[in-house]
Design a binder for this molecule. Sequence first.
Ligand code: GLU
Length: 485
Amino acid sequence: MSVRVRFAPSPTGYLHVGGARTALFNYLFAKKHQGAFILRVEDTDQDRNQEQALIPLLNSLKWLGLDWDEGVTIQEKLIKSKGPYAPYRQKERLSIYKEKALALIKKDKAYYCFMSHEEESEQKQKAIKAGRSFRVFSPYRNWTLKSAEEKIQQGQKFCIRFKTPEQNQNYPLADLVRGNLSFPSDSLGDFILIRSDGFPVYNFSCAVDDSLMKISHIFRGEEHLSNTVKQQLIQKALGFSAPQAGHLSIILDKDKKKLSKRSGSESVQHYKKEGYLPSALINFLSLLGWNPKTEKEFFYKKELIESFNIEGLNSSSAVFDEDKLLWLNEEHIKSLSEEELAQALMPFMKNFQTEISELKRLIPALRSGFKTLKQSAQILNLFLEGGFEVKESALEVLGWPSSKKLLESWLDFLKKASKDYLTLEEFKNFQKAVQKERAIKGKEFFMPLRCALMGQPEGVEIKLLVTLLSRDKLIKRAETALKQT
Ligand code: GLU
């Protein structure tokens, strides 16, 4: 059997890191088994669907490098479906769901129901009062098709409900991650397949599409466990085979609460903006609920594909540890060549007319302090044209009586220097000279000098600054700072 897996987001907002982890595990499994990774868009929930969320969501997946083989794609800003089972947007497949629902009615596995919301909530209230768990009992369950059709002809609104099989035993579920599970037979009730507005509910469209699109395996969050039971019942009733499903562990935040969708900082976009590398985010996400069974934690995507396996998936909750993500990001930044790093940094330098060659000149000396692209760009900016201003925090230091004397000597020294860049040795000679001739040393030397180099008394090492900034820049900066003494 060929492996076919899918990621099936509902465009209700940005791509959450939890969703990205689901996509990643499906992707890795597909690639490992030379299978297909499919992107299906589940957009039939009229209330929750946000059309404008779709393109950013797909772009986040692309940025992560989780390319898909079939499904919804963006071509010249247009959303299209590509692949043998197109369309892959559920909104464009409504006639298929309708046809399948009618087939179930014909087989007496589904029925038209005319219950109002009020009737249903009345039943719910009664169950709550009696301390029973709620499942709906429709008076239309055993109506003949003929009577139901007559009622529809009279213009009565209806939905289509699944005739959940009555059984004494629990519903079994063989889970790829959790082993054999079972669900109480009275936990489901006759759930809706097609709502009164004609749109299918998620469980129905998902079950139909997974079968029609020949999906072989599904990896998704544990919140879908009870959905899987329903989907498998639907597939069985339709005479389809069901994909094998595995439910991933829950992801917790550092306070051990479920990583929610509240602040926006859990989005893939957020990490992109903050200067994380996609390779680092993928590496980090892969370790949430999957154990590579080795001490190694740094993985390239290629290595993840090679080592990913179902046996390593576990059901115990995983903690989203920001510190670990930052560490992995540093490691992935270290692994880039100068050229790759310079390219990755360019989008973060866009406010400054930076040349890539200029970045490549600075990177070797500075890269050991790089943690994120954003923070690296801030460091690099100090060395570029327009990156200098005397900050508020420099004023006190520049006001010291010795600062003026020091900066005058510094300027004098720079103007006499012959080359475009200073050597460390020349700088050390200068340091010795001011110490001897003007008795300026220690913090009276370093702090005002830093203000004249980067506009503030703390930060990047002086030794780096003096050798990486051109003599012209050093002079300009010293003159600006001198005005504030
Ligand atoms: N559209 C569902 C969601 O976003 C898909 C779940 C699934 O079947 O994988 O939660």
